[in-house]
Write a protein of this length. Structure first.
Length: 571
């Protein structure tokens, strides 16, 4: 039966005052437990214990004692051997004294990784540990996420009565707790999401932020005198500032919200391109490009009389810089290329390519759709004129993206869409446009998803892109070595500098057959041409299987992929 003293009052109420036990628990069944602990954390603790005890051949005993009831997940006596020494949390730890809450993260930081509603700005009262038996536990599902955020400290219970802190280093199992979809099962198997180059999964913080926006802030932005308009405008412009920091742009005026990478490229082609290019001018692309960075320039060339030039790649999928330099001349007006290839994972030498283009007076658009979630971005250091990316590629919502452009260049460019919001004055004779970024955001924008994108970028920054890059590089090397052991498997794209993409073909098997076989095992990959037909045809192929990694993937998942492919060969 639920102990009513353990249930906080609903939104707006005060947290109950709970007296700590006068003596430390001595019975195994008495567990020092926050009433609203997150069950996934306890499950992760048990997994960690299992790993530590493997050297002592105690795994079977631990597994036998682990309860898997996700509403009331509590270890039995067998689950935590008395000799296991886990670190204690001082009574004055942030968790104990109730600092502002954060979502679970691999590296706890002083600032939160998600928005804070006004109710959470106040000081959260102390919530000491409570001795409770399993039948007294409150189901986590009974409380809203905001209530759980308000009182769930950053430690999990231990049978000894001492607190166990979350790891202070990058721990993929802790990070995975932030992504609810990773608990999903497909065809009776745990979901293994290896389709991250197509889209990334969303942390709970992003999901919650969208719910909060529609519950408390929903309004059009900029043009109203009421409170909700002020809230939504503040949230929208705060997201723009978050993007600015993420890219290290010099001004928030350089950040334009678009639907995604494709729309951002088309915006530049339809506005600056049509305004600037003439017959005989040249546009330089690379063989690595996604169709979204080819077709708009083909259309522009057909309309203006400009010509396309293509930089070749070597047999590893690396850009041939010497060939690129030979293509540059006084007629080159634009160089557009991918920071990371979506089909091969090749990381291009962006700074060199940009500097060489600027020497001949060309502008540069850098497609960052596949780089923003893997490597740190600094548009000022890169020196690109435009940078584009999609929110859903970096753990944010779909339907939102960003075009960065240098401010003077944006203000010298005629808008490609017209309507409300982007004007200063309209008469039947003429229209005066706003300055950037508003001049490129005609009509009602995707306000909620822009706000969600800001939360996603905050989340990524708290973990740290350098940390993410290091972990993913290790995982990529592990996966590359594992796939190389499979007879008849050919990796496509073996550049020395790669991000988390592994394209391959398997002798004797159609890529669609491989994709379907992996799906039966709960493994999600992309099988096809990946909207990058020119680069696949460079290698004599029409399609590949493409597992792509993110920082929430594990070596165990890579092992499952390799094992599934080996089973397929023996069927």
């Amino acid at each position: 039966m639920t102990n009513p003293e353990l249930i906080p009052e609903k939104a707006g109420g005060n947290l109950p005052s709970v007296s700590p036990p006068t003596t430390a628990p001595t019975e195994v069944e008495n567990i020092s437990l926050n009433p609203l602990f997150q069950p996934d954390l306890l499950e992760h603790l048990a997994q960690t214990i299992i790993q530590e005890l493997q050297r002592h051949d105690l795994k079977a005993e631990v597994a036998k004692g682990l309860s898997t009831d996700r509403d009331y997940l509590v270890p039995s006596a067998a689950a935590i051997p008395p000799t296991l020494d886990l670190p204690a949390t001082p009574a004055t730890s942030p968790a104990a004294v109730g600092e502002r809450p954060t979502v679970p993260l691999a590296v706890p930081l002083a600032t939160p990784s998600f928005y804070f509603i006004e109710e959470l700005e106040t000081k959260i009262p102390d919530l000491p540990a409570v001795v409770a038996k399993p039948e007294q536990l409150v189901p986590v599902a009974a409380f809203s996420r905001s209530e759980r955020f308000a009182i769930d400290p950053l430690f999990v219970p231990h049978a000894s009565g001492r607190s166990v802190q979350r790891p202070s280093f990058f721990d993929v199992h802790t990070v995975r707790l932030d992504f609810p979809i990773l608990q999903e099962r497909v065809n009776g198997k745990p979901l293994i999401w290896f389709d991250n180059a197509a889209t990334t999964q969303k942390p709970q913080a992003v999901i919650d932020r969208l719910v909060h926006f529609y519950s408390h802030e929903n309004s059009n932005v900029h043009r109203a005198a009421h409170e909700l308009a002020a809230r939504s405008t503040d949230a929208y412009e705060a997201a723009r500032e978050t993007v600015r920091r993420f890219l290290n742009a010099s001004s928030a005026n350089e950040i334009i919200f678009v639907r995604g990478t494709t729309e951002g490229i088309n915006l530049v082609a339809k506005s600056w391109g049509q305004q600037t290019l003439q017959a005989g001018d040249e546009i330089v692309l690379t063989h690595l490009e996604h169709h979204a960075n080819i077709v708009p320039w083909q259309q522009l060339a057909a309309q203006t009389g400009a010509k396309l030039r293509v930089v070749p790649v070597d047999d590893h999928g690396q850009i041939l810089l010497a060939e690129y330099q030979q293509l540059l001349n006084s007629r080159t007006k634009l160089v557009a290329f991918s920071h990371v290839s979506n089909a091969l994972g090749t990381i291009t030498p962006a700074k060199q390519i940009i500097d060489l283009a600027h020497r001949v007076g060309a502008k540069v658009l850098l497609d960052g759709a596949q780089s923003v979630s893997h490597i740190p971005i600094d548009v000022q250091q890169l020196g690109c004129d435009w940078f584009v990316f999609s929110g859903h590629k970096v753990f944010g919502p779909t339907g939102i993206g960003v075009l960065y452009g240098q401010e003077d260049l944006l203000n010298a460019t005629v808008p490609w869409q017209s309507g409300g919001n982007m004007i200063v004055d309209v008469t039947f004779e003429r229209t005066v446009y706003q300055a950037a970024p508003t001049r490129f955001e005609a009509g009602t924008g995707n306000i909620a998803d822009a706000v969600g994108l800001g939360t996603a970028l905050d989340y990524v920054q708290q973990i740290g892109l350098a940390t993410i890059a290091n972990y993913e590089h290790e995982l990529l090397e592990y996966a590359t070595a594992g796939l190389a052991t499979i007879p008849g498997l050919r990796l496509i794209g073996t550049a020395a500098d790669k991000a988390s993409v592994l394209s391959f073909v398997l002798e004797g098997f159609d890529v669609e057959v491989i994709g379907q076989a992996l799906n039966r095992e709960g493994i999600a990959v992309r099988a096809g041409h990946h909207c990058a037909q020119p680069i696949l045809r460079r290698f004599g192929l029409e399609a590949t299987v493409r597992p792509s990694l993110a920082f929430y993937n594990t070596k165990a998942e890579v092992d499952a992929l390799v094992a599934a492919l080996e089973r397929l060969q023996h069927e």
